[in-house]
Each structure stands twice: as structure tokens, then as C-alpha cells.
Write a protein that binds this ligand. Sequence first.
Ligand SMILES: NC(=O)c1ccc[n+]([C@@H]2O[C@H](COP(=O)([O-])OP(=O)(O)OC[C@H]3O[C@@H](n4cnc5c(N)ncnc54)[C@H](OP(=O)(O)O)[C@@H]3O)[C@@H](O)[C@H]2O)c1
Length: 276
Amino acid sequence: MPAIGLGVFQTPPEATTDAVVAALQTGYRHIDTAAAYANEREVGEGIRRAGVDRADIFIETKVWISDYGYQETLHAFEKSARKLDLFILHQPLSTAFEKTIAAYTALEKLLADGSVRAIGVSNFMPGHLAALRERTAVVPAVNQVELHPWFTQPEVQAANAELGILTQAWSPIGGITSYRGDGATSTFNDPAILAVAAAHGKSAAQVMLRWQLQLGHSVIPKSVRPERIAENFDVFDFELSEAQMGVLGGLDKGVRGGPDPDSITLEAFGRPIPEE
Ligand SMILES: NC(=O)c1ccc[n+]([C@@H]2O[C@H](COP(=O)([O-])OP(=O)(O)OC[C@H]3O[C@@H](n4cnc5c(N)ncnc54)[C@H](OP(=O)(O)O)[C@@H]3O)[C@@H](O)[C@H]2O)c1
């Protein structure tokens, strides 16, 4: 899986095709979407338009909780794609874990059939991972979780590493500290990150992505702006020192921007995913 992918959460369908084309033309070969983002079709359209060989592109999408269950999740695969590389559960359902297990069992079948190249999970905390491992056979290839310098989830990183699961960072540049934050402070204007960025002649976003890559994380930064899509990919010509890695690693505030995974219930967050 390419280390950098384009994220498309909150990218409106009408902007998605252009963002995907811009990313593929920049050199990205990995796109992260989800049934719940309502833009999978436009991701496919961007891939067709960009003129890059499909075999060279890694497509990742997520099953929404409303489609959990064995048959339901097999059907969700049909709704999502004809051809996918990585298929993951978007959230653990702590209050309906049987459905989560059944959904993951459907992913295992899709993997065994060769319908997908890899399967995984998202927003699974160590307890969810342990409960999943007790009941299923295939270790998830990735666990996609909120992870940026202000929220580093060391216990999740450790659990992933122990199980051999790749940590994939969502909001890898802390976008959520900006679009869900106080409007004034965010990772983008954190003075410590800006100081490291200035030392390299790079932006805060580039330094955060470099930090993630040096930690061995997969990253999926989102942008709809071609210049930022290019900026977020231009992170292979510099390296952070151990001290600079420590600076970014020391900024954790221990406060998540996204919802607590245990607060995700069918009652509060369930909604139908259309057939097409
Ligand atoms: N599994 C989950 O539950 C979950 C949850 C959230 C996100 N995700 C995935 O992770 C991806 C990324 O997360 P995210 O969208 O929350 O946050 P992000 O990628 O950390 O940040 C995106 C935000 O930062 C802005 N931005 C992008 N590049 C920038 C740059 N170089 N300088 C300054 N601002 C920049 C974007 O605005 P513009 O578009 O205007 O540039 C957007 O508002 C999502 O798209 C999605 O694929 C998954």
C-alpha cells in the first residue's frame, strides 16, 4: 500500500472527481474513501479520468455501521465497488459487537474469495482489537485511527504494533483541530510545529506528514485544493532529526477531535447507505 493516500471525507461529490484527478496526476496512487462519504462513485470517475492504470492504484473504502452483519456486509461490498484493494470496518459497534464480528467475518470471506486484497478496521481501540482477535481468524491489515501531533493515541499504536497491524492516521495533519476546533488554534499554527517547519523550509502540514512517515504510519491527508494536494505529497526530500521527532511527539493533548468510538451506536449514527 502506498504510504500516502488522498482522503476525501467532507469532499463534496462535485469536488471529488477533480481532487482525485489532481492527486493521481501529482503522483498519489492511493485513495481513501468510505460508503458514508457519499462520494465513492466520484472517486471511481476520477480514477477513470486521470488516465492512470487501475492496477497501479490502491483503493480503500469503509463499510458503514448500518450495513454490519454477514449478509449485509457482503451486500455492502457490492454497493461500494466492483474492485477494491482494502475494505475496512468504519467503526467498532460496542453496543452491537455481534454485528461487528459478523461484518468482519464477511470481510474475511471477501478476502478468501480474492474479492479484496486486504481487510482492516478503523477506530478500534485496544479492547475492540482484543475482542475481535478472540472471535476471528485474520489479523486486520490496518487500523485507521485519529492520529496527529495533538492526539497520538500511544496505547492504540502499541496494540497495533503488538498485533502486527499497520497504524493508518486519519486527520494526519490535524485537520480536525481546525475544522472542529476553536477556530483560532490548530496544529497548523502550533508554534512548535512551525519552528520545525521553518528549520526545513517546509510547511506545518509537510512536517506533520514527515513525522508520521518516519513513525511508520500510513497517512491519508485530505484536500480539495490542487496546490495543497501537491504540498502534502512533497515530503520525501527532507528528514526530521530525533530531536525534531521528539518535539512533535511531545505535543499530545490527550483530547480526541472525533467521537469516542464507544459512543457510536446504530441508534445515534445509523443511516441507510443507498444502493447506487
Ligand atoms: N475513519 C474515520 O473515522 C475517519 C475520520 C475522519 C477522517 N478520515 C479519513 O482521513 C482523511 C483525512 O482526515 P481529515 O480530512 O479529517 O483531516 P486532515 O487530512 O488532517 O486535514 C484536512 C483539512 O486540512 C486542510 N488542509 C489540507 N492540506 C492542508 C495544508 N497543506 N495546509 C493547510 N491546510 C490543509 C483541508 O482543507 P482543504 O480541503 O480546503 O485544503 C481540510 O480542512 C479523511 O479525508 C478521510 O479519508 C477517516
